[in-house]
Design a binder for this molecule. Structure first.
Ligand code: SF4
Length: 355
């Protein structure tokens, strides 16, 4: 049984996040170190859920995820499609494939399409602009989200002008020294952060995010991530547990904790009440029912897979990544029913950020 004063202190740290204040790093670290305390875990979950309901009601927005290419010039140590993985079976979708995904997604009720891929030079500005413009032209009531990694300011600008509404670029960790342990020397922490500020400046609804439990991550690193998010004020935050991939240098590191991921989801919802917060595929892969638990902790977005079935197994960022059942667009009814059971529904809506 923990000291009653400690529990009160931890609750006060959560309450200060709710008031829009930013606690000291040491208070955040103490909070994160004690996330397993049932009273604290439950307090954050209930408040996180209440904030999501206050802002977005019982809606869970769906995004149709189109994994457009698993070619990547980068070599992030944690990623299954890093260029150094010579065993990965590579593919890329063409214009027609992507338009076909959108058509089936639109008919199923999706009003956001997410084009996600590695940093593939074939997805140059001309190709991506043409594709985004075609999607927006055919489906003017839909949002297009891009998640194509680090690009130049001028590239982001062209894509925005072509009609892209949102951009996801996880910062991965807000601590430079930690970033450098997760990436080879050719990846720059400063450039990644700069890209995020470019995106915001260009008017994208911008998404940041990070893994929980990545190798060498400390509670100080996670506290830094929260402080960064508070300052950056993203529209979206993607958070999932670290899951190892057997063909990467991080193959032997343990999985990140689902419980800590859930706790951090609640804290992010409390701190950024209007943010769009996915219950990620990684969370659903880590633990059965993980995504539903994510919703009950304050998440309000799910991203089912719209990619052609034959390529899904090739977009393996980590081992055993889910891509069927309720994870897939064709499993939307399963997803709808599982959300109904916990009191939530899926609207036919773009689901924009309220900010
Ligand atoms: S995490 Fe992204 S940028 Fe890094 S190797 Fe994987 S797909 Fe490429």
């Amino acid at each position: 049984m923990k000291d009653i004063r400690l529990i009160e202190n931890l609750k006060n740290t959560i309450i200060s996040l709710d008031k829009g204040e930013m606690p000291e790093v040491s208070d955040l670290v103490l909070l994160l170190e004690n996330y397993r305390e049932p009273e604290i875990f439950g307090f954050a979950r209930d408040l996180g859920r209440e904030k999501a309901l206050e802002n977005y009601g019982n809606n869970v927005f769906i995004r149709g995820l189109i994994e457009v290419s698993n070619y990547c010039t980068k070599n992030c140590f944690y990623c299954g499609i890093r260029c150094g993985n010579k065993e990965a079976q590579r593919y890329r979708l063409d214009f027609e494939d992507i338009m076909n995904c959108c058509e089936s997604g639109y008919n199923a009720g999706f009003r956001t399409f997410v084009m996600q891929g590695g940093e593939d030079p074939v997805f140059n500005d001309d190709f991506v602009c043409r594709t985004v413009a075609a999607i927006k032209n055919k489906y003017p009531d839909c949002a297009v989200t891009l998640s194509l990694g680090e690009r130049s300011y001028s590239s982001y600008k062209l894509l925005k002008e072509a009609g892209a509404d949102r951009y996801l670029l996880r910062h991965e960790t807000a601590t430079k020294e930690h970033y450098e342990k997760l990436h080879p020397k050719s990846s720059s922490f400063e450039n990644r952060m700069e890209c995020l500020y470019y995106l915001k400046e260009l008017g994208y609804q911008t998404g940041a995010g990070f893994m929980v439990g990545s190798p060498w991550q400390t509670m100080e690193n996670l506290a830094n991530d929260l402080i960064f998010l508070k300052g950056f004020q993203p529209h979206m935050v993607g958070i999932g547990p670290f899951l190892p991939h057997s063909q990467t240098p991080f193959r032997d590191f343990p999985k990140g904790s689902a419980e800590l991921t859930l706790f951090i989801l609640s804290l992010v919802r409390i701190m950024l009440p209007k943010v769009l917060l996915p219950a990620t595929t990684a969370l659903g892969t880590r633990e059965e029912g993980g995504r539903e638990r994510g919703i009950l902790h304050g998440a309000n977005v799910i991203m089912p897979n719209l990619s052609p079935v034959e390529v899904r197994k090739k977009y393996m960022l980590y081992d055993n990544k889910l891509s069927s059942g309720a994870e897939a667009s064709e499993g939307l009814e399963i997803l709808r029913k599982s959300l109904e059971k916990i009191g939530y529904e899926i609207p036919v809506s773009r689901g924009d950020c309220l900010k």
